[in-house]
Design a protein around this ligand. Structure first.
Ligand code: NAD
Length: 368
């Protein structure tokens, strides 16, 4: 059988720096776990604009559609700030999400015990936290029509439209229920059914999907504003949270900050199953291209490496290998390995990006 295929789009800024460490991890799994991937690489974002005048070349888009999963680093940087909106680096990312129809965005918020002091919340509230937010990514108010700014009675009026079809809600709900089954079988759906018709429909469809196919999953509903409050009051009450594009944008950033550093946060964006049964998928760290530390060997590669762990789990059904990689990261953090972004007030000498990669590979070896 052919090896599973991965397209690496390292992008801009620290993207290539953190991706170098992911490539070493991928090679390790090929060498030591008999889990080889066919890896190809291409350009996205500013790097693609420099080479082709567009943030994503059509050939790259075609490659992304053909592989089993895409691993993305980060895009953007001050060099590209003045470009026309249509060719900004972020447009490359949006095109990938849109054309691959990646409608379910999975963002885990996991607090490694060794880093519980980094949270802005009290340690006992976040220690051991492990929740997953499923955000609908391709519809809702960011895409709904009509939209725009127009004149009415000599005044400017800004309009955006929150619009969801039941099919869009249903497929996001199914993704979340499936995920809940792989975790602790508990799902909380968040919307504003008290004030929005789209929220009423959202709740109805989630209930219908639940009754039809997922009655074994414990389902609850919460208004999204209360959800935001509960996330900072008692986040451990949640396991999987399902929500729409707008509320998901805000709630997932809120949940992310419970865990400390941006350098630790992975994500997955999944679409419908392909002919081989694997979902269309793109995995990427939550952080951006960090121009302030680019080229200084300071970037924390863990968010990007954890994104590869998500690929192992959700694209390749290698949950045990994903556990192995996460355990190696947990071990190095428990042993005190820190990049600059994870340094506490006690100080010390931070590891470089490559040194963090080194200790993670050593921990993987030790776990064999
Ligand atoms: P950012 O995430 O790049 O950086 C925010 C802060 O976090 C910076 O101080 C940075 O040094 C730090 N940081 C981020 N990742 C880190 C890591 N792995 N290790 C250590 N420190 C890390 O966000 P920003 O500064 O607002 O944006 C910079 C550029 O990235 C902009 O062009 C923005 O548009 C782009 N961006 C891209 C993505 C993406 O590619 N998905 C996401 C967010 C921002």
């Amino acid at each position: 059988m052919a090896n599973p295929s991965l397209l690496i789009l390292a992008g801009d800024g620290i993207g290539p720096e953190v991706m170098d460490e992911v490539k070493r991890v991928i090679s390790w799994f090929g060498d030591k776990r008999d889990l080889a991937f066919d890896v190809s690489e291409d350009l996205v974002g500013g790097a693609a604009y420099d080479a082709h005048g567009v943030p994503l070349h059509d050939d790259t888009m075609a490659k992304a559609q053909a592989v089993d999963a895409v691993l993305l680093g980060a895009v953007g940087g001050p060099k590209y700030d003045d470009l026309d909106f249509s060719v900004k680096p972020e447009r490359g990312l949006l095109r990938l999400r849109k054309e691959m129809d990646l409608f379910a965005n999975l963002r885990p918020a996991q607090c490694f015990d060794a880093l519980a002091d980094f949270s802005s919340l009290k340690k006992d509230i976040v220690a051991g936290l492990d929740i997953m937010i499923v955000r609908e990514l391709t519809s809702g108010v960011y895409f709904g029509e009509p939209r725009g700014i127009h004149m009415e009675d000599n005044m400017r009026v800004g309009v955006n439209t929150q619009r969801y079809t039941e099919a869009e809600i249903e497929r996001a709900a199914r993704a979340a229920f499936e995920l809940a089954r792989k975790r602790s079988n508990k799902l909380c759906s968040m919307e504003k059914a008290n004030v929005m018709e789209s929220g009423i429909l959202w709740r109805d469809v989630v209930n219908e999907v639940h009754q039809a196919d997922y009655a074994d999953v414990e389902l609850s509903h919460m208004y999204a504003d209360n959800g935001a409050m509960q996330l900072v009051r008692a986040p451990k009450q949640f396991d999987v949270i399902l929500t729409d594009n707008l509320f998901g944008d805000i709630l997932s950033d809120c949940a992310a900050m419970l865990t400390g550093s941006l350098g630790m946060l992975p994500s997955a964006s999944l679409g419908l199953p392909m002919a081989n049964g694997r979902p269309k998928a793109m995995y990427e760290p939550v952080h951006g291209s960090a121009p302030d530390i680019t080229g200084q060997a300071k970037a924390n590669p863990i968010a990007c490496i954890l994104s590869f762990a998500m690929a192992l789990r959700y694209s390749f059904d290698e949950g045990a290998e994903a556990d192995r990689l996460e355990a190696a990261i947990e071990k190095v953090l428990a042993d005190g390995a820190r990049t600059a972004d994870l340094m506490g007030p006690e100080g010390g000498t931070p590891l470089s990006t490559t040194q963090m990669g080194d200790v993670i590979l050593e921990a993987l070896e030790a776990l064999l």
